[in-house]
Write a protein that binds this ligand. Structure first.
Ligand code: MLT
Ligand code: MN
Ligand code: ZN
Length: 306
């Protein structure tokens, strides 16, 4: 399969519109060696097919499609390589791009869990609003471990794993999490037998999550924060990473420690990186720690072949 990183940043992107933290200011004025990143999304297709699956629809999706001509193959007057959209949660950075895909003649094929469909019909009623445009053909993602395919994107087997994280702030049950608010996806190339574990929002590595990670050829996981109190230390929020459903990379029980327990052959990638995270600075000691641990940081435009 071919995995295209459309957007490697967390909500807000990098640099964030109103932010003057060291990273955001530094990437603007050239004093920090870092690459700008758009908001969290990947596109995956099998080797044999042009059409594939968009995982998450970020508010930057139009810019992402423009910078990746493969997503707009122009085989007809109106055309797209996006056979369907799969949402891993209902957060603003993963769902509001659906609005940008409304100029279609047919309903948009959309896979999400029941709690996400509910949130996107109530707290943030994107699905209802889209009913006035192209409409959505919503398909249910089950949490029982069953595998599904997106028609039009053959050769990819998809399987969801419920994660412990958080529903979006607008969700009626933000503080009462239910299974399916957030999922990780196991994406398998059915011909090659290779698997990617994709989980841009991951609050806790349970035994089931670790097993899924250990069985994959590559993991692409939550790279939001370096420290649990990153936003508090910078005076930008009162919430820890854990409070908003993200496991920080550093320290005991952090993502780096978990990744170090994976089999040596497993590819390790971080995605959904918040603009405050020091790993965005390619010259930072934190980035050097990751490199030593064999962990890579996703950048917009990267292509990974698995
Ligand atoms: C999150 O995953 O916590 C989000 O990036 C927050 C947001 O979209 O504002
Ligand atoms: Mn997010
Ligand atoms: Zn910033």
């Amino acid at each position: 399969m071919r995995i295209t990183i459309l957007g490697a940043a967390a909500g807000g992107g990098f640099p964030q519109w109103n932010c003057n933290c060291r990273n955001c200011a530094g990437v603007r004025n050239g004093t920090v060696r870092a690459r700008p990143r758009t908001q969290s999304s990947i596109f995956v297709r099998s080797d044999e097919h042009a059409d594939g699956v968009l995982f998450n629809a970020s508010p930057d999706v139009l810019e992402q499609i423009r910078s990746h001509p493969a997503l707009q193959p122009a085989r007809g007057l109106r055309d797209s390589a996006i056979a369907g959209v799969v949402l891993i949660d209902g957060q603003i950075d993963h769902a509001t791009g659906l609005f940008m895909l409304r100029e279609r003649a047919t309903p948009l094929p959309l896979w999400c869990t029941d709690p996400v469909a509910e949130d996107l019909s109530s707290g943030n009623p994107i699905l209802r609003v889209l009913g006035h445009y192209c409409g959505v053909r919503r398909e249910r993602i089950a949490l029982d471990g069953s595998s599904f395919e997106v028609p039009g994107a053959p050769g990819l087997g998809l399987r969801a794993l419920p994660l412990s994280s958080k529903a979006a702030p607008y969700s009626p049950h933000r503080e009462q999490p239910v299974p399916g608010d957030n999922i990780g996806m196991l994406i398998t190339d059915t011909r090659r037998g290779t698997t990617l574990f994709y989980a841009p929002g991951l609050g806790e590595i349970t035994p089931a999550v670790f097993d899924a990670m250990a069985g994959a050829d590559a993991v692409m996981v939550d790279g939001t924060f370096w420290t649990d109190d990153e936003m508090i230390r910078l005076g930008l929020s009162r919430k820890t990473a854990r409070d908003i459903g993200h496991l920080a990379q550093s320290g005991p029980g952090g993502m780096i420690e978990w990744l170090s327990r994976l089999p040596s052959r497993t590819g390790r990638w971080l995605i959904h990186v918040n603009n405050t995270n020091p790993i965005l600075d390619e010259d930072s000691p934190e980035r050097a720690d990751l490199t030593r641990a064999g962990i890579r940081v996703c950048e917009d435009g990267m292509e990974i072949h698995l």
